[in-house]
Design a binder for this molecule. Structure first.
Ligand SMILES: Cc1ncc(COP(=O)(O)O)c(C=O)c1O
Length: 341
């Protein structure tokens, strides 16, 4: 029996675990559910997105061996696409930028992906617009190449509505879900599913300070995977119940405290999501059972977010230690038994 491309792609989404952590906040202990998307085959939530985008491309016109697919990526989507396209005997060109972690680049190349790096900042705090210009240049020069277009393709939110949303909603008693935003595909899909259930669960957008994905002013950003240099095509302010915009130092502080207390290293955007949840736990109406959707782990960030020299070189060490001290002053401590929900 031959395996179809659709079967290969569907099997890329096995489902991910949820661990239950505890966090003390001003002397009170709260349960904190962490859905670990690092449990996907290439270690991030983008395995879902990549499978959804390629299933749509294949449904439009079958993906045949030798075909070339191009995509702009900050790293994780590139990793996921590289692996899946290698399994389908297709070629892959990843357009990346200087914020793409070195470890991620090595893995994309090892899976057979070709890397095209843009180096010119886009003037809106990142490289997205420059990356997209490069994608268009490659497509214009090679009319047979195909583009998954994660920023506009409705297959991006759809796969999260079909898989991520139902997996989250299967956990009883949730009253708030925290989701990081870049393309907005994850949030749009998760929100569509959860709001459609009519349950009292707040869907909280977590963006970066300086991002235009949900925000109004652009600025420099260093955390890979979260934020964008233009508004999300999938979101309106009605798509979510509230939003937090988290500065890099607050996200980094949450990552470092979580690792210090539990031994587990989260990725940078997961740090943003946890930091946003801590803000609400410190507020007047703390969620009773929040879930943080953690897009990846800290593995790729050992020489950036978890390295004092890198933080110093980027002017982040002072603001990070100040943010850590503020969180500790509020009595923030994490505890993880390794219990799975
Ligand atoms: C680490 C990480 N966090 C968050 C996101 C945001 O996901 P989305 O593009 O669906 O908004 C991504 C997407 O690239 C990511 O790689």
């Amino acid at each position: 029996m031959t395996t179809t491309a659709q079967e290969v792609l569907r099997s890329a989404i096995p489902g991910t675990p949820v661990v239950v952590a505890e966090v003390s906040v001003r002397g009170r202990t709260h349960e904190l559910l962490l859905k670990l998307e690092s449990g996907n085959p290439t270690g991030s939530i983008k395995d879902r997105t990549a499978a959804g985008l390629l299933m749509a491309l294949d449904a439009e016109s079958p993906l045949r061996p030798g075909m070339v697919v191009v995509e702009s990526t900050s790293g994780n989507l590139g990793l996921a696409l590289a692996r899946l396209l290698a399994r389908l005997d297709c070629r892959f060109i990843a357009v990346v930028d200087p914020n793409t972690p070195r470890a991620t680049r090595r893995t994309i190349a090892a899976a057979g992906g070709e890397l095209h790096e843009v180096t010119e900042p886009d003037g809106r705090g990142g490289y997205l617009l420059t990356r997209l210009r490069e994608v268009r240049r490659i497509l214009d020069a090679n009319p047979g190449h195909r583009w998954t277009d994660q920023y506009h393709n409705p297959a991006n939110p759809r796969i999260h509505q079909e898989t991520t949303g139902p997996e989250i909603a299967a956990h009883p008693g949730l009253d708030a879900v925290y989701v990081a935003v870049s393309t907005g595909g994850t949030l749009a899909g998760v929100a569509a599913h959860i709001h459609g259930l009519g349950r009292a669960i707040d869907v909280v957008a977590v963006d970066a300070v300086g991002s235009l994905a949900t925000g109004a002013s652009a600025g420099p950003r260093l955390i890979s995977g979260i934020g964008a240099s233009r508004p999300s095509a999938f979101l309106t302010p009605d798509s979510y119940d509230r939003a937090h915009r988290v500065p890099d130092a607050e996200a980094t502080a949450a990552c470092r405290l979580f690792r210090a207390d539990t031994g587990m290293a989260l990725g940078g955007s997961s740090g943003s999501v946890v930091a946003a949840c801590l803000r609400d736990l410190l507020g007047h109406h703390p969620p009773r059972r929040p879930l943080c959707l953690c897009p990846d782990s800290g593995v790729a960030y050992a020489d950036t977010l978890y390295d004092d020299r890198w933080l110093t070189a980027h002017g982040l060490i002072g603001p990070t230690t100040a943010a850590e001290a503020r969180l500790r002053a509020d009595g923030i401590r994490f505890h993880l038994e390794g219990a799975y929900a």
